[in-house]
Write a protein that binds this ligand. Sequence first.
Ligand SMILES: *[C@@H]1O[C@H](CO)[C@@H](O)[C@H](O)[C@H]1NC(C)=O
Ligand SMILES: *[C@@H]1O[C@H](CO)[C@@H](O)[C@H](O)[C@H]1NC(C)=O
Ligand SMILES: *[C@@H]1O[C@H](CO)[C@@H](O)[C@H](O)[C@H]1NC(C)=O
Ligand SMILES: *[C@@H]1O[C@H](CO)[C@@H](O)[C@H](O)[C@H]1NC(C)=O
Length: 362
Amino acid sequence: METRLVFLLAALLATALLEYKPVLPTPASEADHSVAGVFETGNFHPIQSDVGTASSCSPPRSLLIVRPEEKGTYPVILFHHGTGCQNSWYTDVFKFISSHGYIVVAPQLYGLMPPSGQDELDLAAEVANWLPSGLRCVLPEDIEGDMHNLALAGHSRGGYIAFALALGLADVSLDVDFSALIGVDPVAGTSKTNQMEPKILNYESCSFNFSIPVAIIGTGLGNKSAFPILPQTCAPDGVSHTEIFNECKPPCSHFVTSDYGHMDVLDDDIGPIGELARAMCKGSRRGVSRDPMRRTVGGVSVAFLEAFFKGNYTDYNKILQKSNYFAPTTLDPVQNKSEGTSSSSLSAMSMPATLDWHIDEL
Ligand SMILES: *[C@@H]1O[C@H](CO)[C@@H](O)[C@H](O)[C@H]1NC(C)=O
Ligand SMILES: *[C@@H]1O[C@H](CO)[C@@H](O)[C@H](O)[C@H]1NC(C)=O
Ligand SMILES: *[C@@H]1O[C@H](CO)[C@@H](O)[C@H](O)[C@H]1NC(C)=O
Ligand SMILES: *[C@@H]1O[C@H](CO)[C@@H](O)[C@H](O)[C@H]1NC(C)=O
C-alpha cells in the first residue's frame, strides 16, 4: 500500500516535471471571462410556484414552475424528474437555469411508485400539450413562455421519458414541437436486456429518429454501486448516458462529470425519503460539495440552449473545447457529434489532465 503510494507520488512528480506544456490552465484572456458566467448564477431573479391540478389553469399533473421575476419572453424547459423523485428536489438547478432567463416547468408525474413507462410517457405528453394555453393562464401578464423555444429535459428515468417523447413514442399525440433535448444522467432501464417499455435503444449508432439538438450530461459514478456487496447500479452500463449518446444524431454532445454520481444533481435538502433514495446510488465523497455538480448541469444546459435557441455558440463551443478550464467540475470525456457527419467524426475533446485530476485518480 505504502510502496504503491510512494510509487504513484514519484510518478506524479515525474509527470509534473517532464510535462512541457503547463499542467495548470493558462490565465483567461479578456474574452474568456464571459464563459464562466454560465456557471455562475445569472442576472434574473427566479421565482418558484407550485401549480396544483385543482388550480383554475388545471394542469394535468401538479407542476413546479420556476421563472424570472423580470418581465419578458423566455424559452421554456419541460423537465421530468427521476424515479421516485419529487420535482422540488431539483429546485437549486431550476433556479440556477431560470436566473439565466429561462422558464422551467417540472411536472410531478407520479408519487413514489412509478406507473408503466407508457403511462408515464402519456402523462408527460398531456402536460406538454397543456403548456401553450396553460402557461399563458399561470404566468403574470408581462411574462411569456416562448413556445418556439421549447426544450425537453429530464433526469434518470425522466431523461428516458424526454427521449421517448422526442421519439414520438407517446400514445397521446403531441400538439407542441420541441426544439432541443437535455438528458441529465438519463437511464433507459435496468440493463440492456431489461429496457424500459416502450424501448428507445436499439444499439445502433446515430439511430434516434429525430433531429433536434441534444446535450447529455452523464455522471462518472452512476455506473458504480453504492455498496460493494450489491452489483446493482443507478445508471447501469448499456442503458445509460454513454449508449444514449451513441444513438443520438448530431448535433449531439456528451459531458461526463467524473467525480459525481447519479443523485448529486439534487438539492442538498431533500428530506428523509430523498436521502434514502440518494443513499441507493454512489455519489460524491462525504463532505464534497454538490454545488459544482449542480452548476455544471445548469451551466452546460444554459450554454447549449443559448447556442441552439439564440444562435450564440460562444460559450457552448468554449466549454466543448476547454471544458476543464471553464466548468466547476472535471468533465471527462467531453464529446461532440458534428452536423452532416457520421459518428466516425466524433471528436473527443478531453483537456490535458490537470494536476488535480491526477490526484483524484490516485
Ligand atoms: C423517422 O421519422 C420520420 C418523420 O417523423 C418518419 O417519416 C420515418 O418513417 C421515421 N423512420 C423510421 C425508420 O422510423
Ligand atoms: C462505467 O462508465 C465508464 C464511462 O463513463 C466506463 O469507462 C466504465 O467501463 C463503466 N463501467 C464500470 C464498471 O466502471
Ligand atoms: C454571446 O455570448 C457571449 C458570452 O455569454 C456574450 O459575451 C456575447 O455578447 C453574446 N453575443 C451576442 C451577439 O449576443
Ligand atoms: C459541435 O457540434 C456542433 C453541431 O454539430 C457544431 O456546430 C460545433 O461547431 C461543434 N463544436 C465544436 C467545438 O467542435
